[in-house]
Design a protein around this ligand. Structure first.
Ligand SMILES: [Zn+2]
Length: 180
């Protein structure tokens, strides 16, 4: 997902911090990967669950974060780089600090009754934006980079982003989601 409020200097800072974070956690700094552009059948494929968090998948997550920051995105799903596995990365923090999130097998457990409309963009559909109404708050269960199950609430832009990225894992793009 694209957030048009992003600016180049902030992204440069984010990438620098991300690289340091990756080093401290023992995996290599991510590489920028090419992003698939719609139409591509891989973007409309339901992805497989991840059964084991291997070093290769940890490196893939680092690569996806680097790719996402490189193109000023706030979320990226594995099918967007041609890997049909249930893995997403996000960082919706609107400040100098980074807050990268890596989720394997994310599942929305509960959604709020309240909804909000956001003008969503997608890294796989350059230049396209659509107003989409989604729950304002969702509770998500996922497996983290260390293989630990996590449960957390996501609100506002974070909630919109995680729902957008999980849609990708089910082969669904914003052109296929009902518009507000
Ligand atoms: Zn997208």
């Amino acid at each position: 997902m694209i957030d048009r409020a992003d600016d180049a200097q902030r992204i440069r800072n984010l990438r620098k911090e991300l690289a340091e974070d990756a080093e401290s956690k023992g995996y290599e700094r991510g590489r920028v990967l090419p992003i698939l552009i719609h139409p591509d059948h891989r973007l409309n494929t339901r992805c497989e669950a991840v059964t084991e968090i291997t070093p290769d998948l940890q490196q893939l997550a680092a690569d996806m974060l680097e790719t996402m920051y490189d193109v000023k995105g706030i979320g990226l799903a594995a099918p967007q780089i041609g890997v049909l596995k249930r893995l997403i990365v996000m960082d919706c923090k609107r400040s100098e600090a980074t807050d990268p999130v890596v989720m394997f097998n994310p599942v929305v457990m509960t959604t709020s009754r309240s909804k909000m409309v956001w003008n969503e963009g997608c890294l796989s559909i350059p230049g396209y934006f659509a107003k989409i109404k989604r729950p304002t708050k969702v509770t998500v269960l996922w497996t983290d980079l260390q293989g630990v199950a996590r449960l957390s609430d996501f609100v506002g832009l974070w909630a919109i982003c995680v729902q957008h990225e999980i849609d990708h894992l089910n082969g669904k793009l914003i052109i296929e989601v009902p518009h507000a």
